[in-house]
Design a binder for this molecule. Structure first.
Ligand SMILES: NC(=O)c1ccc[n+]([C@@H]2O[C@H](COP(=O)([O-])OP(=O)(O)OC[C@H]3O[C@@H](n4cnc5c(N)ncnc54)[C@H](OP(=O)(O)O)[C@@H]3O)[C@@H](O)[C@H]2O)c1
Length: 346
């Protein structure tokens, strides 16, 4: 029985490669441009020490829910689109859902699982996360920067999927608390993401700047306060020192914390700029901010907490993305961003 990967971009091809290496048949559900490239050239995944290629005859590509249904039934489906692709894709997912027993939600942020569960049913969705940074160079060609792994929530299908991905060379950890998994991943996605997008600076430079470091810590502490209010523990993610991060942000003095995080945040990303930076600078108005800082701010509001730093970053990224304020207002201008932050705090 094949496995379906919906959205064969960076993460989708990373997952597809693991499945193919495990000896599974894989069907890729792509949009027309990527579908054409995959059908002509197959896929190429560059790992730090080697490159894996699969020719066009080794994967089947479909482009519509009808085709996806006909190529099934599947062992499972992995969803690897961006959060902003989800609303348009949802009706097609509902149409094709009879073809798979479970949809693995690998999207970043904390909004996708609820959206998918509302559309498909609570047991039909398996929340997960990817901690390996992957970059797409062209349709069908991706670079795996630092292999780390995948987290999957407990579900009747999880043991089989865990075994499969591990056979394909991916470290998989299983989590009893899906919300803790998604929120912990969100915590790591906040690091140098919105600030890098707004300033057009790499995260290591942001963590070397005194004022920006304070802003970064404020957004993390707000997110940790929301997690505490939701009674969600910070969990250990595959290959990511997420618990040490949360402990350090809460307990370490700045003089110790800043050099550690500056080193870790710079080194942790490889060559890849944060996705929010790439989203904002693509210029099509679409970013994942609503599922990240925006979700922290919205959840804080719902809980009667205050998260002004996340609210500000979310608003500014939204406004720059929508062209309501010029990108030049913050580009390479940390003082402008810090002034807006001070103003947001009254
Ligand atoms: N990249 C990373 O390092 C990384 C790591 C962990 C988690 N994540 C998260 O994983 C998710 C995916 O990120 P990514 O970096 O893999 O994004 P990406 O490279 O942009 O891939 C998204 C893919 O979804 C496809 N897609 C969009 N709408 C579709 C539709 N209606 N039907 C079929 N395919 C569709 C896109 O098609 P086109 O090819 O036509 O654009 C693209 O191939 C995001 O939530 C991201 O935050 C990413």
């Amino acid at each position: 029985m094949p496995t379906l990967v919906i959205g064969p971009g960076a993460v989708g091809l990373y997952v597809a490669t693991a499945l193919l290496r495990a000896g599974e048949a894989v069907v890729l559900w792509a949009r027309p441009r990527s579908a054409a490239a995959l059908q002509q050239r197959g896929l190429q995944v560059r790992f730090p020490a080697h490159t894996v290629t699969f020719g066009p005859q080794q994967v089947r590509v479909v482009t519509s829910p009808g085709e996806a249904l006909r190529a099934g039934p599947y062992r499972a489906a992995f969803l690897t689109v961006k959060t902003y692709h989800l609303p348009a894709l949802l009706p097609a997912l509902q149409q094709a859902a009879p073809a798979w027993p479970v949809l693995v939600d690998l999207l970043n942020g904390v909004t996708s699982t609820a959206t998918l569960q509302a559309a498909l049913g609570p047991q039909a969705v398996l929340p997960g996360t990817v901690t390996t940074p992957v970059q797409r160079l062209a349709p069908g060609v991706v670079v795996v920067e630092k292999p780390r792994g995948v987290g999957l929530a407990q579900h009747p299908q999880t043991p089989a999927l865990q075994a499969l991905l591990q056979r394909g060379g991916v470290t998989v950890r299983v989590y009893a608390n899906p919300a803790a998994l998604k929120w912990t991943k969100l915590l790591t996605n906040l690091l140098g993401s919105a600030t890098a997008a707004l300033l057009d600076w790499p995260p290591a430079r942001i963590y070397a700047h005194g004022g920006l470091f304070a802003l970064e810590m404020a957004q993390l502490r707000e997110a940790l306060a929301v997690m505490r209010a939701l009674d969600l523990p910070v969990v250990a993610l595959p290959g990511v020192p997420s618990r040490a991060l949360a402990w350090g942000v809460t307990h370490l003095p700045r003089a110790l914390l800043q050099p550690i995080l500056r080193y870790k945040v710079g080194r942790g990303r490889g060559e890849k700029m944060p996705s929010l930076h790439q989203d904002l600078h693509r210029g099509d108005g679409q970013t994942e901010i609503d599922a990240l800082q925006g979700a922290v701010a919205a959840t804080a509001r719902r809980l009667g907490l205050s998260a002004p730093t996340n609210a500000l970053l979310a608003r500014l990224v939204r406004e720059v993305a929508a062209g309501q304020i010029p990108a030049e207002r913050f580009r390479h201008r940390p003082q402008a961003l810090l002034a807006a932050w001070q103003e947001a705090h009254g």
